[in-house]
Design a protein around this ligand. Structure first.
Ligand code: ADP
Ligand code: MG
Length: 621
């Protein structure tokens, strides 16, 4: 087959046009991208060789070679990885399956005209290869696949609109990229400069990178080194290479274990939960190596799902190379390693909480909801995770939740039996909750739970330090009586019964009962929840999701001393047929549903409210 010419996909043409014609500050990153591709190709070969004895050059060293020829003005980067067949070249170096190029272009164009740094962008879009055209007049990729029957092919392009494919002469497996370096960029032919670039961007690549026959990278996997030999900067640099996150990680944890299973691990907690829309990591999980071979990019078997924000590497000599094929032994080994990792990680979080409370606050802001999810989903971990919780409460103030359950227990009043909490939409609505009346009077602390996940967390957190956690809306709560001064007297029993009866008539089946409250001081009514409703704490969530939501039936409690209840009694005696009475009752019931976050249609309240205001503002003159 002779030379054939192909046209690049439209997005790639645009991308090349920008790369070739603009001025960039970080041209050196082309080398990082080519090395990363070579390393991927070597990884894939290593993996292939686990199951396939029939590869070309089985004994070739797995390595990357970089050589510069100053006279010819060329730079070559070669590897002994999987290589590419003719079709694979056309597919991989001419089209882009995902929308990577289009998204990259959009980003570049938004930075329109200015000298931009593609450093953080290009590798993230699966278009890293094309960065070579920042420094090249012409690029030739010669490659021979590991499949013994395939032939060698050469791909050539000047980065304009087309590329050519022709048969090539290459007896060995792998890929060689020959770059005709632009005339004014001969710095990239200097060995010294190349060495620096490799040190800076590719030091932790697991295969040797030879520059003119001398190894330029550390190569020893950082996680296999003793922790005392690894500097903080190295941990950070490795994290950035691993995750494409350009922020510093919040913390790292380096573990080497010998028994019962031998393994190395390096775990990171990122600074933020959100990896960003552009991050190329498509999944979560730990990178798994078995006997130095990368087996899996995203392994989810080591850590429970709620710890999915943790990034890192696990490497074990004891694991069989075919981890994917499940055997009882492998499963057991993974479970052992996982248990150890989880224990160390939680221990590190506990240490952070105790010794570095401010950094722990950062952790909590970013990942607190994951810890709560852990309590909800892993009963076995719930007790330990409970100590990591942080809350807002009626005692704390400030932006960040800082109250621990231990703080709470330490502050409990002598006569206080339980730990009390209120579930609410947000901190502002807590202030309007009638359920807090008595707790304020008694000066009992109440935890404010405002996360959606809190409702689920509570299912697995019935008690702490043998004290029950109780919702303040609990209909069965018994609180000590205290002498307080009241501005109004309680309504006479007969009058109260008339009011109570009218509420019961108007609300009918919508409530379980209407009764006098022992909990209210400043508010006229509240809706108390009987313990018989097992999903009581989740009803707010149903309401938010608008799924199967039926307004739950609760016990309506009336405050016998409240002026509004007094006034209603007055109306009922003077003019029981007055329409306004029933409207007020409906409105009170609606507003109680509203403060509890379970009103099915809050906007519907408005019309009645306006009718009531109309009545209130009417002047009889
Ligand atoms: P990405 O690496 O994110 O897939 P690139 O633009 O860097 O995107 O590379 C495109 C594709 O070209 C790679 O996915 C790979 O299939 C192929 N490729 C690039 N370099 C090599 C190489 N040295 N050996 C084998 N395949 C390669
Ligand atoms: Mg790449």
């Amino acid at each position: 087959m002779a030379t054939q010419t192909y046209t690049f996909q439209a997005e790639i043409q645009q991308l090349l046009n920008i790369l070739v014609h603009s001025l960039y500050t970080d041209q050196e990153i082309f080398l990082r991208e080519l090395i990363s591709n070579a390393s991927d190709a070597l990884n894939r070969l290593q993996f292939e060789m686990l199951t396939n004895p029939d590869v070309l050059d089985p004994d070739a060293e797995l390595a990357i070679h970089i050589a510069a020829d100053k006279d010819a003005g060329t730079l070559t980067i070669s590897d002994t990885g999987v290589g590419m067949s003719r079709d694979e070249m056309i597919e991989n170096l001419g089209t882009i399956a995902q929308s990577g190029a289009a998204r990259f272009l959009q980003q570049m164009q938004e930075q329109n005209g200015s000298i931009v740094s593609p450093t953080d962008l290009i590798g993230q879009f699966g278009v890293g290869f094309y960065s070579v055209f920042m420094i090249a007049d012409r690029v030739t990729v010669t490659s021979r696949s590991f499949r013994p029957d395939d032939e060698a092919w050469a791909w050539t392009s000047d980065g304009s609109t087309t590329f050519e494919i022709e048969p090539a002469d290459q007896a060995t497996r792998g890929t060689t990229i020959t770059i005709q370096v632009k005339e004014d960029l001969t710095e990239f032919l200097e060995t010294f400069r190349l060495r620096n670039i490799v040190k800076k961007h590719s030091d932790f690549i697991a295969f040797p990178i030879y520059i003119e026959d001398e190894v330029a990278n550390q190569q020893t996997a950082i996680w296999r080194k003793p922790a005392r030999d690894v500097a903080d900067e190295d941990y950070t640099a490795f994290y950035k290479q691993l995750t494409f996150d350009f922020h510093h990680p919040l913390l790292h944890l380096h573990i080497a274990a010998d028994a019962p299973v031998q393994f190395y691990s390096l775990l990171y907690v990122p600074a933020q939960a959100d990896r960003g829309l552009l991050n190329p990591r498509t999944d979560h999980g730990l990178k798994l190596y078995a006997r130095k071979v990368m087996i899996q990019e995203y392994n989810k078997d080591f850590l429970p799902n709620y710890l999915r924000f943790v990034d890192g590497v696990v490497d074990s000599e004891d694991l069989p190379l075919n981890v994917a094929r499940e055997s009882i032994q492998t499963t057991q080994m993974i479970r052992r390693i996982g248990t150890s990792l989880k224990g160390k990680l939680l221990g590190e979080l506990e240490r952070l909480a105790a010794e570095e409370p401010e950094r722990y606050q950062d952790f909590w802001q970013a990942f607190g909801s994951f810890i709560k999810e852990g309590i909800a989903t892993e009963s076995g971990d719930a007790g330990r995770l409970a100590t990591l919780l942080r809350f807002h409460s009626s005692v704390s103030n400030g932006e960040t939740p800082t109250v621990t359950l231990d703080d709470y227990v330490a502050r409990m009043k002598d006569d206080q039996e339980h730990i009390y909490y209120i579930l609410a939409e947000d901190l502002l609505s807590v202030q309007h909750s009638p359920h807090l009346d008595r707790f304020t009077t008694l000066d009992y602390e109440v935890l404010y739970l405002t996360d959606t996940v809190d409702s689920f967390m509570l299912m697995n957190l019935p008690e702490y330090e043998s004290r029950s956690l109780k919702n303040v809306d609990d209909a069965e709560l018994e609180l000590p009586d205290i002498e307080t001064e009241h501005e109004t007297d309680p309504l006479e029993a007969d009058d109260f019964e008339v009011v109570r009866g009218r509420f019961a008539d108007v609300l009918g089946e919508r409530v379980i009962d209407v009764r006098e409250s022992h909990m209210l001081t400043g508010s006229p009514i509240r809706l108390a929840t009987p313990e018989g409703q097992p999903d009581r704490n989740v009803q707010r969530v149903y309401r938010m999701l608008e799924q199967n939501f039926e307004v739950p039936r609760r016990i309506l409690e009336l405050n016998r001393r409240h002026p509004l209840i007094h006034n209603l009694a007055g109306w009922l005696v003077a003019d029981p047929a007055a329409g306004v009475i029933d409207e007020v009752i409906e409105q009170l019931y609606d507003s109680a549903l509203l403060v509890d976050g379970i009103h099915p249609n809050p906007a519907a309240i408005v019309a009645r409210m306006q009718r009531l205001m109309e009545l209130a503002t009417r002047r009889d003159d």
